[in-house]
Design a protein around this ligand. Structure first.
Ligand SMILES: Cc1cc2nc3c(=O)[nH]c(=O)nc-3n(C[C@H](O)[C@H](O)[C@H](O)COP(=O)(O)OP(=O)(O)OC[C@H]3O[C@@H](n4cnc5c(N)ncnc54)[C@H](O)[C@@H]3O)c2cc1C
Length: 115
């Protein structure tokens, strides 16, 4: 198995990853002999081969399965639809900003405490 990351370091995109993930995932990769290619950008897939770019150089990897996991995107907000519904609407968690379980729980706690 090979993990390909376009940034110089895995787990560094977007929001900071939870600390246990940052500690556990590299250990698990090492334990299971997973190859991690940082600074490598997936540019195409051709005839069962993954084409990667690194510092202007192209390289090909044979692959029988490819899993694309290139980030989270905010789902459209329901705020506009709910305006004028007669109740106060609070938007929290990933619906407001893609983040982590911790932030969703904190925001729920804050709103719950203030209603
Ligand atoms: C693959 C993946 C891995 C992750 N790993 C981690 C991790 O290791 N640690 C971490 O802290 N965070 C992680 N996260 C982020 C974390 O899951 C989210 O930040 C968190 O779940 C946000 O909570 P939430 O309640 O805002 O949204 P969600 O947990 O997404 O809950 C929203 C719920 O609303 C429901 N819903 C949507 N529309 C409607 C509607 N119209 N009516 C009724 N229900 C509706 C959905 O079905 C869903 O069940 C991960 C996210 C993903 C996608």
């Amino acid at each position: 198995m090979t993990v390909v990351e376009t940034l110089p370091k895995i787990l560094s995109a977007g929001i900071p990853s939870p600390i246990p993930n940052g500690q556990m995932i590299p250990d698990l990769f090492e334990h299971h002999h997973v190859t991690v290619l940082e600074n490598h950008r997936l540019s195409s897939v051709e005839n069962g081969r993954v084409i990667l770019e690194n510092e202007g150089q192209k390289k090909a990897l044979d692959a029988d399965s490819i899993v694309i996991a290139v980030g989270f995107r905010l789902a459209p907000s329901m705020r506009a639809e709910l305006q004028g519904c007669g109740a106060v609407v609070y938007e929290i968690g990933d619906g407001q900003k893609v983040s982590t379980i911790l932030h969703a729980v904190w925001e729920g706690y804050e709103v719950g405490n203030n209603i």
